[in-house]
Structure formats: C-alpha cells, structure tokens
Design a protein around this ligand. Sequence first.
Ligand code: AMP
Length: 270
Amino acid sequence: MSIQIARTKSELQSLIQSWKNKSLKIGFVPTMGALHDGHLSLVKLALEKTNRCVVSIFVNPTQFAPHEDFEIYPREEDRDCAKLEGAGAHLVYLPAHEEIYPNGIQSNIRAGKAAHANLEDRFRPTHFDGVVNVVARLFDHVKPDVAVFGQKDYQQLQVLREMTVELNLSIEIIGAPIIRDEHGLALSSRNAYLSSEELEIARMLNQIIYKAAYDINEGAAPKEVTKKAKDALLTCGFDKVDYVAYKQNWNRVLIAAWLGKTRLIDNVGV
Ligand code: AMP
C-alpha cells in the first residue's frame, strides 16, 4: 500500500516536516473512521486546496457521553486505509489513546458560543467540549494549512471555526457539502446500525427537511413548519425527535431524530 501510516505523533510529524521542507501545503481531514463517500469527498476537497492530504482516524472518547455508542462505534481500519488510498490521501494518522491524551483527557479549551445554540448541545451537553478537546490536539499534531469538515455536522463546523479563531490558528477551515445516498439520506457511519426497515424510514428524513426549508423559503412561519416536520417524522416511523429547528442566523433547518437506537442528524439551507 503506498499510502503512509503513522501511529505516533513523532512518525506523523517527521513525514509532515519533510513535506513542509519542500513548501508543500498540508490539508487535514479528521474522522472517526468507518469511512464512506462523505468522508472521501472531504479528502477530494482537501486535495484540491493543498498538495498533501492527511486523514486522522480516531474514535474520540471525550465527545461521547457514557451512555452513548463509543464502545460499539464501527472500527474498520484496513478497509478505511484502502479507501483513503483509492481517494488519493497521502497519510493516515491512527493514534492510540495515549498519543492524543498523554497526560489524561483534561483540557482548558472549551467550545464557544456556537456550542450554545439549543441544538446538539441540549441533548449532548458534553459533546462539543470533547470535540474541541480532540481537534485542538489533532491540529497541534498535524499543523495543517487547511482543514476540511462536513456541513453534515453543521453546528460542529461552526464550533470549530470559532475555536480556530479563538486559538489564533492560521488554519483555513473549509465546510464541505453533505453527501447523500441515491435516496437522499445523508451518509453517516451510524447508518450501519439501521435495519432494512429502519433504513426505509430514514430515507424519508431528507424529504421532510427539504419540504420544511422550502416552506420557510416560501414565507411560512418557521415555528409552524418545524412543528409540522416533527409530526411528519413521528408519523413516518421515527421513534423520537430531539429537535427540528430553524436557526435564523445560519438560515438552516436542522434535525436530530431517533430510529430505534440510532440517532440521525441532518440539515439543509433555506
Ligand atoms: P465523523 O467520522 O463522523 O466524525 O466525520 C468526519 C467528518 O466527515 C466530519 O467533518 C463530518 O462532518 C464529515 N461527514 C460525515 N458525513 C458526511 C457526509 N454525508 N457528507 C459530508 N461530510 C460528512
């Protein structure tokens, strides 16, 4: 396999330094693995902007609450590396826990204003502090010129933009469009948890979210539209809806809803 693999910070940094010595620009795509075409689209974007693409695969415990799916999160290292090689990435960073958290998981960095939007934060109150904790450490290891994140996790993207400014990092943050399957379902590593019946229901989510965005764009009251969308999700078989929200300053509709044990999120611009 010609893609390079680094498991330690020092292996990673010696490779990256050799590229920096040649004035090559470094693009970075942080992931938790179980890679799909959504992740690979981020690699493609990074390669358009830079000369070398580094992808990290690290299932970060600090962004999971104790009752969440950290233990069962899909881990597919060999398959992931093959996919990344096919996509043209240059280096995969596969750090062990101790490499990222050598002195424990404590961190002084806290997620900023975007992490208090009454969306994901309401249901996953410790999540974004865990995200900034790990991404700040990964940025420090990789020191990229450009980092690419998906709009799929829209609130996360805003939190990380804020973090980059707050920490005064000279890293360009790029938000990549959401990649969907042929039925419009946003690709997600967690889709692997869905049974075939649940998958059928999941595929209705994007129709409901697009309709909500369309109606708001046509002038309907966001409060009524989001209420209707929530009812529609429950009617078509979702078990629980954490939120359907229209966020005015982002001009987006955002949804989080449950199918059995699987939590799906999606969003669309109005
Ligand atoms: P994850 O492995 O789920 O932490 O995701 C790693 C990165 O891939 C994040 O920046 C996600 O927003 C992005 N991502 C996940 N799914 C998609 C998708 N369907 N389209 C575009 N980006 C995605």
